[in-house]
Design a protein around this ligand. Structure first.
Ligand SMILES: N[C@@H](CCC(=O)N[C@@H](CS)C(=O)NCC(=O)O)C(=O)O
Length: 224
């Protein structure tokens, strides 16, 4: 199976992190987002969204990191995507929660527009207002994550074992490294992220993100 991706991509790392930790063999094809390779006709013909990641398994193509995770997990029979109906529904719930609630406000509303030029809003008022909105909403979601989804006793998001939700959610939190987020007010989130960052496969998958974060250090960002 081939994964079209880029190591700087959050959505790409969601899949790479799961595959590396669970030993799923994937051939990574790098699509250079930095030079706009994803916008060129060759990649656009493969994936009209012009985004990464994209999985190719024979004549089957799949986009959306959440869908790719589920497909891979079922393909290799990973316990990270439980078969039992309610356990699986809970994993789906937490994955959707991150994708639709948390990342909308934190990723797109706080991080990206401070770091990526094509996300910067058209004027200073709009930029400041969007960040303020994103920060306020992110705090609301982080409180839910810290107190209700995790709480003081849960090792992983859905219980005592790692699931697809952890691979997805941890990337959406770790993108905050770019702007110096420490999440000090959220001890359970910090504890859980400590567990995820201690995975033996974490460092190699995150080398590019860490390098990018180091290059941004010293800039002034609104962080959480
Ligand atoms: N919902 C998609 C998001 C994919 C996405 O936004 N990919 C970004 C990298 S994280 C991308 O390809 N960006 C290229 C661009 O913005 O031009 C997923 O989860 O796969």
């Amino acid at each position: 199976m081939k994964l079209y991706t880029h190591p700087g991509s959050t959505a790409g790392r969601i899949v790479q992190s799961f595959a590396a930790d669970q030993g799923v063999p994937l051939e990574c094809v790098i699509v250079d987002l930095m030079t706009g390779e994803h916008l060129q006709p060759a990649y656009a013909a493969l994936n009209p969204n012009q985004l990464v990641p994209m999985l190719v398994d024979g004549d089957f193509k799949l986009t959306e990191s959440s869908a790719i995770l589920k497909y891979l997990a079922d393909t290799v029979g990973s316990s990270a995507y439980p078969k039992e109906l309610r356990a699986r529904a809970h994993v789906n719930e937490v994955m959707d929660w991150f994708n639709s609630n948390f990342y909308r406000d934190f990723g797109y509303g706080v991080v990206y527009l401070q770091v990526f030029p094509h996300h910067v809003r058209p004027n200073a008022d709009c930029q400041a207002g969007t960040i303020a909105w994103g920060v306020e909403k992110s705090h609301r979601w982080l409180k839910v994550l810290d107190e209700s989804i995790l709480g003081p006793d849960r090792t992983y998001l859905c219980g005592a074992s790692i699931t697809l939700a952890d691979y997805l959610g941890a990337e959406m939190i770790s993108v905050g490294d770019l702007i110096g987020c420490t999440f000090d007010a959220y001890p359970n989130v910090r504890r859980w992220m400590g567990t995820m960052r201690a995975l033996p496969t974490w460092a190699p998958v995150h080398a590019v993100l860490d390098g990018f974060a180091a290059s941004l250090r010293g800039n002034s960002y609104v962080a959480i």
